[in-house]
Design a binder for this molecule. Structure first.
Ligand code: GRF
Length: 224
């Protein structure tokens, strides 16, 4: 049976779109049962509407405290029957009560190679720092921002002189591929957590077939 997803968005929702597309294409064995936003005008809600998916707003500005806001979200998500909470550009920190309600069942995508560059501007911070490799991370969510166990990461070489915006756009393309993939692994029950480590059953086989892949930037020249 398809994994039921509650996708939480605050903005445009391009990651939500990638999940919807893969689900509609039958590649991802998961179904969006709720799109929930803390912002009434979030683009992600429009995407839900267009695809005829259940959607709702719990506006954080209408709540006196974080706890009350989170309680309202928990109630709405429980009602939807979701198995997994998918944060896709959701810009609020979650309280312990929310984390407890869906323990081990909350994932997030971050536009940097964690633990480098946590926070709201991962792409820009990476570009400003001058790293040669940047990327994105899908991880479980715990009480510390951008800190839970890593499920999958993807890296891109940073082009000389490139700023956060263009780098961010290239990272976003990869986000749209790795997030549905991570959710598919969860849907297939192939993900096991051991302390800080996430083991994906059978995923190592492909890596072995690839030999010793490495992304080096600037690229190594002949003889090295
Ligand atoms: C993405 O860069 C994601 O990594 C970050 O917020 C952004 C959301 O973009 N957490 P979108 O709303 O999915 O287009």
């Amino acid at each position: 049976m398809a994994l039921k997803l509650a996708v939480l968005v605050s903005g445009g929702g391009s990651n939500l779109q990638s999940i919807i597309d893969k689900s509609e294409a039958g590649v991802l064995d998961a179904r969006v049962v709720l799109v929930l936003s803390n912002k009434p005008g979030a683009g992600g809600l429009e995407r839900a509407r267009r695809h005829g998916l259940p959607h709702a707003v719990v506006d954080h500005t209408e709540f006196p405290a974080r706890e009350a806001f989170d309680a309202a979200m928990v109630a709405r998500i429980r009602e939807s029957g979701a198995d997994l909470v998918v944060l896709a550009g959701f810009m609020r920190m979650l309280t312990p009560a929310f984390l407890d309600a869906f323990a081990g069942r909350i994932v997030n995508i971050h536009p940097a190679l964690l633990p480098s560059f946590p926070g709201c501007h991962g792409q820009r911070d990476a570009a400003d720092y001058g790293v040669k490799l940047a990327g994105c991370t899908v991880h479980f969510v715990d009480e510390i921002m951008d800190h839970g166990q890593v499920i999958i990461q993807a890296a891109v070489p940073v082009v000389p002189g490139e700023g956060g915006d263009t780098l961010g756009a290239r990272i976003l393309e990869l986000e749209h591929r790795i997030y549905p993939q991570a959710i598919q692994w969860l849907a297939e029950g192939r993900v096991r957590v051991q302390g800080r480590h996430v083991l994906v059953a059978d995923a190592g086989r492909l890596l072995a077939e690839l030999g010793r892949p490495a992304l080096v930037n600037p690229p190594l020249e002949r003889g090295f």
